[in-house]
Unconditional design. Sequence first.
Length: 254
Amino acid sequence: MRRYELSFQKNIRDLGGLETFDGRKIKYGRIYRGGALGKVNKEDIKVVYSFGLTDIIDFRGVDEFLARPDYKFLGVNYHSFPVIEEKVREDNKDDGNLLWFVDNGVSGFEHLRLSYREFVTTKKAIRAYRHFFRILLEEGRSVYFHCSQGKDRAGFAAYLVEIALGVPVDTALADYLSTNIAMEKKIDGLLAQVEGKEFCSEQYKQDLRDVFAAKLEYISESINLMNELYGSSMNFIEKILGVDVERLRTLYLE
């Protein structure tokens, strides 16, 4: 697996090289995961073009996209497949509270835990992931998929792709958690940004860490719910999302 960093976006990686249970590997240069591609400079643009992408898939909500749209890369198809509708900061929201979108009385940990349940149960999320796999199943695709930070909605999508391709669960979970390599510096920067603010209690700091981290407890909510409702993650992928797993493996494994 190869990691890439842009000036503003540190959580990008090529899923290529991950091994499957039968000894094959995901092809390099075909499936990339990451965060939003809005604040790009000239060097960032060169890096993204070097991926040879045919498609960019955005899992953010419509309001998120409108507030911070991706850069338009010439010759690359852009798809908006909202998984959930996250709140977006109002123009007059200037108190610096980075967790303003978390409902009152709900911890950051609980906010993320509930979100991961939505990935498996809501019509909107299921529709988004169906469309995502529909693009992947087309011939000759090189796809970059993302949400805001490349952590949750995209993280769950990466887990589904890896399981569908036959990557062992432990390896898929390790990839999910490796997002924290990129997020640790971001969290430190965010904590420094709010230090000294009136609202910045110890609980607030913990909530911020929980919201911006990838945790096994979060994705376990999705996995356990897929097991409970559909029997397994693979059943969810094949029966609910309608994925032709054999075709997917033919396209993306070597």
